[in-house]
Design a protein around this ligand. Structure first.
Ligand SMILES: Nc1ncnc2c1ncn2[C@@H]1O[C@H](COP(=O)(O)OP(=O)(O)OP(=O)(O)O)[C@@H](O)[C@H]1O
Length: 915
């Protein structure tokens, strides 16, 4: 069952009407479909998966394939469409990407078996697998560089609501758990980046939680609450892992256990008879990770740009990995930067090491390039979906990891991160490698049923059968030569097809010697006449054929048996194999970051427990690379220092108020500093001359404009909601990036909000902040707030044009050059000229003096806060009695719009008199 907004529902025909004597096959279809009503049913019929009724209509549209009919039901034609089994993967992928779930229903017996029960009996069929976004494992359907997490949400209502998440990637076996709460639910889900979320119905419908789930639309699947039962969860976990008790797994909370049970139950439900090999669940601690709120994650375009493309994202710009596992690990690190300086520096040490040991890095990188995706192969093997090439992936993977280990073992001193990777490689199950090397042939088919993958010499009986089969083939060739001689028909051929098996073929003109004499007729038994050819068999040929068939059949059966043994032996070593693969991924990411740092001229950041934020000559990692590609002017590096200024007894981060021209580079500057912080905390070098960052615990940004009309929020409302989240959550170790707060409303409202926001950040949040604005009036705040500094972006005016220098300098901008930018953008000359004129008028009215008055007249922020708190408790009182009386007289429900307007004018005039 999926959330109302999610999976398009499919249905059986007219459920209300009684089904009058459907054919046995349709009756079987309807029964299976009824049990899988929220999925499209792929009903296996021979070499096709057929879809019927509304499933057929939906699938034919979604897949662009022909809709036909097959028989009748309730006097109506039954719509039908089908996809060939060999191409089913492509169709599955299309359907899954469009939000459908698919139930794959297979034939569970040979049609011949069914016939034995009577001519009308149907082949036994049942659903063997539900295909959903997070449970696909086929190589073709997966993006090698993307994780495929299924998240289950657990809730326990004992002492207040406790929420927990369990997330599993069945394609790699990863399994993690953590507690969360209503406020963190969305950020945590965004961090994990699930392909699918399973949640109990009552939890989904909780008013506070629902908006978070709704963000994921069709990816949410509602499940019965019983799957998440925390009381039986530990038992379920123990059963899944085949252990008596889960005590050794760690001490999980009830909510975590509930989430884990939900995730496992869903996997069992979708995989039916098969069981994936999963790592034991590991707990993740929220305090060890940099908190990035959802808006920031999107706006900083970490993994995707705002329009959903990977090109232009930070990940794409910094990814130099060469393996699928490495790419996935880098993406995961980017989603979850660290806060612990020790861990961060350990990663940085490893990157520094490879930067100075370039030859070693290159040698390992060359090896890594041939590293297959072991975790995904293990996953397919454990789900009985693997083929010979998956076994080869394990074998080759172990070969590569062995070579990597040999290279690392020859190094004298390895940094800790690399040493532990090397230690994991040392534990590679070598016997599996030897077994697979011995067992597998050189050229491997994709599917095990095609046979031919077991090496000669591995299994004696197999060799014997193959010999027999190959010998028989030689005998066939000899037989053909003999028949050609006997009949004198040189063009006589012995051929094979699936219908006739082996047969002798001659052209119709040459058929005489095989048909004209009695002796010939007795020997060459006629099988088939075609327009130009005649086909025959002989007793000799038929005997030979059955020998060949049984040898080939026996050979295949032996190979399948060998496959199962190899698979079982491999899956039994899944943990060791995954540890090896993880070690290879760590190496890949580390060497890739060293390659990035070397190639792009990045520096190693100092990351410590201070509250310093001092970047010298920082650059935007994505814009810099884009400019380089365009071979235009290079990126202009800029400093940023938000390090603490002494404030009374404490030291708190500084605020930079950045004013400057449109198109000057304000947004770029803001984002680049946030990105530098993130890069430093994933353990990467950063695009700067030097960088010193006191580890940030929470990163907030309010950049870029977007509305959220689906949730009934205008652009300004979204801006305010995001700003509110920042002001409520940012603490002294946070970094806050705010771009043009207050621009979405009238000038003075906007200015007032921006003004109060800066003061609140300075006095209450006390965090390191970058604040870009076009309200130049705000620069006056630096006079009163000692940790606030004004910076601006330099421009040059030349012949009435503005030249952007993109250089951040201390000071305040006096103007925005908006009109000049508008001209550059191609606004009609008349509009530009008029705008210039209006601007001059406004400027002569002296806005600056107004601000000066403002700063003098406004009480200190702390006084305002005290007043706000006081006022919150007391009811607002209207002091104007005439207004009160007029208001009392009005009954808005009874008024027409016109009367309401008039009433408003009346109130205004009363108020004006009183003033
Ligand atoms: N430091 C820099 N060096 C070189 N080019 C830059 C730099 N910073 C920004 N740019 C270029 O200037 C363009 C405008 O930058 P940005 O969007 O950051 O300006 P802005 O000041 O935020 O503009 P607006 O106020 O109109 O939103 C960018 O597309 C980028 O290519």
């Amino acid at each position: 069952m999926s959330a109302e907004t999610s999976t398009p529902q499919t249905s059986t025909p007219d459920a209300a009407k009684p089904v009058s004597a459907p054919t046995p096959m349709i009756a079987q279809f309807l029964e299976i479909k009824a049990a899988n009503s929220d999925s499209l049913l792929f009903y296996r019929m021979g070499d096709f998966y057929e879809l019927f009724f509304s499933d057929a209509e939906i699938a034919s549209k979604a897949l662009g394939i022909a809709l036909t009919k097959r028989g009748k039901h309730l006097d109506q034609d039954i719509p039908m469409c089908g996809v060939p089994v060999h191409a089913a993967d492509d169709y599955l992928q299309k359907l899954i990407s469009k939000g459908y779930r698919v139930a794959v229903c297979e034939q569970l017996e040979d049609p011949a078996e069914a016939k034995k029960r009577g001519s009308k009996s149907v082949v036994r069929r049942d659903v063997t697998r539900l295909v959903t976004p997070a449970t696909i494992t086929e190589e073709k359907l997966l993006d090698p560089s993307d994780t495929s997490y299924l998240v289950a949400v657990g809730r326990v209502k004992a002492n207040g609501d406790v929420l927990a998440l369990a997330w599993i990637d069945i394609t790699t076996g990863q399994f993690r758990l953590m507690e969360t709460d209503a406020r963190r639910l969305l950020p945590d889900l965004m961090r994990i980046g699930p392909k699918e979320i399973v949640v109990a119905e009552p939890v989904y419908h909780d008013e506070i939680l629902k908006p978070s789930f709704e963000q994921f639309g069709r990816a949410v699947s509602l499940q019965p609450a019983v799957l998440f039962d925390s009381a039986t969860a530990a038992q379920k976990l123990a059963k899944f892992y085949g252990v008596q008790t889960t005590d050794s797994f760690g001490d999980f909370s009830r909510a975590e256990l509930s989430a884990a049970a939900g995730a496992l139950a869903y996997i069992e439900k979708t995989q039916i008879a098969e069981r994936p090999s999963l790592q034991r669940p590991e707990r993740e601690s929220e305090s060890s990770l940099l908190f990035i709120d959802p808006a920031t994650r999107l706006n900083l375009e970490l993994e995707k740009t705002l329009n959903g493309s990977r090109d232009g994202s930070l990940l794409k710009s910094i990814d130099r990995t060469v393996t699928g596992g490495g790419a996935r690990l880098l993406a995961e690190r980017l989603r979850a930067p660290l806060t612990d300086c020790g861990d961060i520096n350990q990663r940085l040490d490893a990157v520094s090491f490879f930067l100075s040991e370039d030859d070693l890095g290159q040698k390992l990188r060359t090896l890594l390039k041939s590293m297959p995706d072991m975790p995904r192969a293990i996953s397919r093997l454990s789900l009985n979906r693997g083929g010979p090439r998956d076994l080869a992936a394990i074998s080759n993977g172990l070969k590569v990891t062995r070579s990597i280990f040999d290279v690392l073992s020859a190094c004298e001193m390895l940094p800790q991160e690399i040493q532990s990777a090397s230690d994991n490689l040392a534990m590679a199950p070598d016997d599996i490698h030897q077994l697979l090397e011995r067992a597998l042939g050189d050229e491997l088919p994709l599917l095990k049923r095609d046979g031919g993958f077991v090496a000669n010499g591995y299994n004696d009986e197999l060799d014997e059968m193959r010999g027999l089969r190959d010998q028989s083939r030689r005998i066939i060739a000899e037989l053909q030569a003999k028949y050609a001689d006997d009949t004198g028909v040189k063009s006589l051929k012995i051929k094979h097809n699936n219908v006739l098996g082996y047969f002798i073929e001659v052209t119709a003109l040459n058929a005489g010697p095989l048909t004209q004499t009695d002796e010939a007729k007795g020997k060459y038994i006629h099988r088939q006449s075609l327009a130009n050819a005649m086909r025959f068999t002989t007793t000799e040929l038929a005997d030979l054929e059955s020998k060949i068939a049984s040898a080939a059949g026996r050979a295949l059966a032996i190979e399948l048996g060998v496959f199962d043994q190899l698979r079982d032996a491999t899956v039994a070593e899944a943990d060791g194999l995954r540890a090896c693969a993880q070690a290879a991924s760590v190496l890949d990411v580390t060497i890739a970051l060293a390659e990035l740092a070397g190639g792009q001229g990045y520096c190693r950041p100092i990351v410590d427990d201070s509250r310093v934020f001092n970047i010298t000559a920082g650059r935007h990692p994505v814009v810099e690379q884009a400019l380089r590609k365009q071979a235009g002017a290079p990126f202009v590096a800029n400093d940023c220092d938000l390090s603490p200024r002494t404030d009374g007894d404490n030291e708190h981060g500084a605020i930079w108020v950045l004013t400057g021209p449109n198109m000057g580079g304000k947004s770029t500057f803001l984002r680049q500093n946030a990105l530098i912080a993130i890069m430093a905390q994933i353990g990467s070098f950063v695009p700067a001359g030097a960088a010193h960052i006191g580890a940030i615990d929470r990163l907030f940004s309010r950049v870029g404009a977007s509305d959220d009309l689906a949730r009934g929020r205008s652009t300004f409302m979204v801006e305010m909601v995001e700003t509110a989240a920042i002001l409520n959550q940012a603490g002294p170790n946070s970094l806050v990036i705010l771009d043009e707060i207050g621009r979405g409303t009238a000038t003075f409202d906007g200015l007032s909000i921006a003004w109060a926001t800066i003061e609140y950040l300075h006095e209450q949040n006390k965090c390191r902040t970058l604040f870009a604005t076009h309200f130049h009036e705000l620069t006056a705040l630096s006079e009163r707030h000692n940790r606030l500094a004004n910076v601006t972006i330099k421009v040059k005016e030349w012949n009435g044009d503005v030249i952007f220098l993109h250089e951040v300098i201390h000071g305040a901008a006096d103007r925005s050059y908006g009109v000049q930018v508008a001209r550059l953008a191609g606004l009609p000359d008349a509009v530009v000229a008029r705008a210039k004129h209006v601007l001059e008028e406004l400027e002569t009215q002296g806005r600056e003096s107004k601000t000066a008055t403002l700063i003098d007249d406004l009480p200190l922020f702390s006084t305002e806060i005290a007043r706000a708190v006081e006022n919150k408790s007391s009811k607002p009182v209207l002091t104007n009695n005439a207004l009160n009386t007029a208001l009392d007289d009005m009954t808005p429900d009874e008024m027409t719009p016109m009367q309401a307007m008039e009433a408003l004018y009346k109130l205004k005039s009363i108020a004006a008199k009183k003033e």
